[in-house]
Write a protein that binds this ligand. Sequence first.
Ligand SMILES: COC(=O)N1C[C@@H]2C[C@@H]3O[C@]2(Cc2nccnc23)C1
Length: 130
Amino acid sequence: EEQEEDVLRELRLFLRNITERLSLDRRFKAFTKPVDIEEVPDYLMVIKKPMDLSTLLTNIDQHKYVTVGEFMADADFIWKNALEYNPDSDPMDRNIRHRACALKDTVRAIIRDELDEDFERVCEEIRESR
Ligand SMILES: COC(=O)N1C[C@@H]2C[C@@H]3O[C@]2(Cc2nccnc23)C1
C-alpha cells in the first residue's frame, strides 16, 4: 500500500546517498564504472558477476533493492571481485586490494552508523510480503 511505497522511497534515498558518497571518494575511483572489457579482455572469464558503483545506482533507480541487505550483497561484489581479479604481489594489485578492503569497511561502517535496525526490519517485512 502507500505506506510501503513511502518506506521503499526512503530506502532508495538512503542507498543513493551512500552510493554517491562512495563515488566521490577518490580511493574508490577504480570502482565507479564497470571494468572496461576492451582494456581487460579476460575479465569476464575470471569474474562472473561484475559490479560497480554506477551499476548500483542504476539498480537503485530500477527499484531492484527492497532491503539494505540486498543492496549490500551487490555492493560486496565490487570489493570481492577486486580481491579475486587482482591477487598478485605487484604494487598495482596490492593497491587495488587495499582500496577494495577500504570499500568493504566503509560500506559496513556507514550502515552500522546510519541504518536504523527497525527501518531494515520494516523493509524485510515488505520483501517477505511480496
Ligand atoms: C576494479 O578494477 C579492477 O579490478 N581492475 C582490474 C583491471 C586490471 C588493471 O586494472 C584494471 C583496469 C585495467 N585496465 C587496463 C590495464 N590493466 C588494468 C582495474
